[in-house]
Design a protein around this ligand. Structure first.
Ligand code: NAG
Ligand code: NAG
Length: 307
């Protein structure tokens, strides 16, 4: 019994931190959405090899980000302003989109976060009907540059459109909403047009969501399973940690007991008669007898070691 309560004492704080750990856990990739933007800028730019302007090039992401697609499209800023881009993956860019600060050529980097969408853009209370798509603008002055800051692009006339052609149908009774994540972390919701077209005047990340009735049933069935699995691992970790601590403690107690035995040897000899008497007395109790034998000297020593 004493061992069990000690074990609980050791593992309890660890288990208490469980929900906290879960809430704080970064995406599975271990990086923030903004670090992902920087990483994808690098991998999108790497797709360029003597690039022609106005042609999208698909990039390769590292294997630890499999499932994410990136592309890069290099444009003269005058062409963007005067002609727009009729179609760049899901995006339709109208005329009069201007960048700030001005550059002669720019690169529009496209993201399709695929099955990583919820990982990098979790939206509690909502579930995604489509992947998160991103459109970000960079200067094309140096195509081998990394950690580039985004240019600010604005549509000054008509909005940029995002068409979600592979959208899952909204569950009956729920209303699909456009969601826009800007680069500063703010989230805006909007009504889609034609059921699956969202519009924006700026860059960022976009998707279509529905409100989920209960948070658990919504934002990600697949994701939930994964989180449960990590809970299990944390619990296992706590238990193993507790056991290891217990063993260390037991070894310490045993060691102390050994050294005390040396100094107490006279006392023990002196008390031998008394001891045998008490033993006989407890053994009358039947079931209690083994316990008494096993823990004869423990109470005194252990109490010294419980903080
Ligand atoms: C993925 O692997 C690359 C190396 O291939 C590494 O530079 C990068 O930091 C890793 N990214 C994540 C998110 O783990
Ligand atoms: C997405 O799918 C790929 C395999 O297609 C997998 O390697 C990756 O871990 C998945 N990502 C997430 C966040 O589940």
């Amino acid at each position: 019994m004493r061992e069990i309560s000690l074990f609980m004492l050791l593992t309890f704080p660890c288990l208490l931190s469980l929900p906290f750990l879960n809430a704080q856990s970064p995406p599975a990739a271990g990086i923030s959405a903004r670090s992902l933007d920087a990483l994808l800028q690098h991998y999108a730019f790497r797709a360029f090899f003597r690039p022609r302007t106005g042609v999208p090039y698909d990039g390769q992401v590292p294997s630890n980000l499999t499932g994410i697609k990136v592309s890069a499209l290099r444009l003269r800023s005058s062409s963007l302003r005067n002609r727009g881009v009729r179609s760049y993956k899901e995006f339709q860019i109208p005329i009069r989109v201007v960048e700030q600060p001005y550059v002669e050529r720019l690169v529009l980097v496209y993201h399709n976060l695929g099955n990583w969408s919820e990982e990098f853009y979790p939206l509690p209370g909502y579930s995604y009907l489509a992947p998160v798509f991103g459109l970000l603008a960079y200067s094309a002055a140096d195509l081998s540059a990394t950690d580039l800051p985004e240019l600010d692009i604005r549509a000054s006339d008509k909005p940029i459109l995002i068409k979600f052609s592979d959208m899952k149908p909204a569950p009956s009774g729920s209303i699909a909403k456009c969601v826009h994540f800007d680069l500063h972390g703010s989230v805006q919701f909007d009504k889609p047009s034609h059921g699956n077209v969202c519009s924006t005047s700026q860059q960022g990340h976009f998707s279509i969501v529905v409100e989920s009735n209960s948070p658990a049933a919504g934002a990600g069935v697949e994701d939930g399973g994964k989180k449960n699995k990590s809970w299990v691992w944390i619990i296992v970790g706590c238990l193993v940690g507790g056991i290891v601590l217990l063993i260390i403690l037991a070894l310490l107690v045993a060691r102390v007991r050994k050294s005390q035995r040396g100094t107490k040897i006279q006392q023990m000899k002196w008390a031998e008669d008394n001891d045998s008497e008490t033993l006989e007395m407890t053994s009358i109790g039947g079931t209690k007898a083994p316990l008494a034998v096993g823990t004869r000297t423990q109470p005194i020593i252990e109490e010294d070691y419980i903080p």
